[in-house]
Design a binder for this molecule. Sequence first.
Ligand code: ATP
Ligand code: MG
Length: 283
Amino acid sequence: MKTIKIAIQKSGRLNEKSVELLKNCGLNFENYKSSLISKVTNFPLEILFLRDDDIPEYVQDGIADLGIVGENVIAETKVSTHTLQKLGFGKCTLKIAVKKDELISDIAELENKTIATSYPIILQDYLDKNNIKANIRTISGSVEIGPGLGLSDAICDIVSTGATLKSNGLVPFADVLSSEAVLITKNTNESSHLIEELLQRIQSVLRAKNTKYVVLNTHQGNLEKIVDLLPGVKSPTIVPLHEPGWLAVHSVIQESDFWPKINSLRKAGAEGIVVMPIEKIIL
Ligand code: ATP
Ligand code: MG
């Protein structure tokens, strides 16, 4: 039987979430220890544990059928792959930052300046689009110390919370690229049913991730108001209670709507509200 391969990061910021996503898809496998390949025991899939920089190329060349990697890495390697699905984790932004006292507020002021980065390709694209000529100094890590050491006037680096920039006396002033982890495949029109099936499982986990299952009781007279507040996947399920005139309403709500909705539901006459996690939503 044919087996497909998925490449994920061996260790680092995307590893844990990538493994968690695959486990939530019902896949059983040993997590990376010393072997670089792990066989999934209940699906024809092998997991390759790699440095994230190598993932786009492995997928482009067909060594792996799928990969999970940051959009920033794909943009920097300039390979041609197809993004099947954004995965909602590993979110970060590539930003240009300068020393706090530099007082640069417009990107045009970067003309002829030196910018240190580990992302020379993305930065060059950005500068070209903005008609700026600057010197790019490529360094592989600890970019934030550049300006303090007089190595560069500015930096272009990944920021998620901004804490590292701040502790190095830097302030971000321009966003170059927003990134998150994505599921990629080879750039081709062929698709395999195993890829399709895995994609469907991943999408059902992602759909469920931001939603809750809500069950509440209410008197018949309040039903219309309550149903207006609860859309459900299709529409809410209404079940009669043993007590005459009373109903149980079952529905699915977005996690982000949670507290405002719960408060409105109580005001509308909902009682005994139970909220439960959802594992998967298959449409
Ligand atoms: P590898 O050893 O696999 O090459 P790495 O050191 O290049 O790992 P990590 O630091 O583990 O990479 O980051 C992996 C990805 O996580 C980044 O490419 C980016 O997409 C994402 N990411 C999210 N937040 C951050 C952050 N604060 N700093 C760096 N990367 C981040
Ligand atoms: Mg890397």
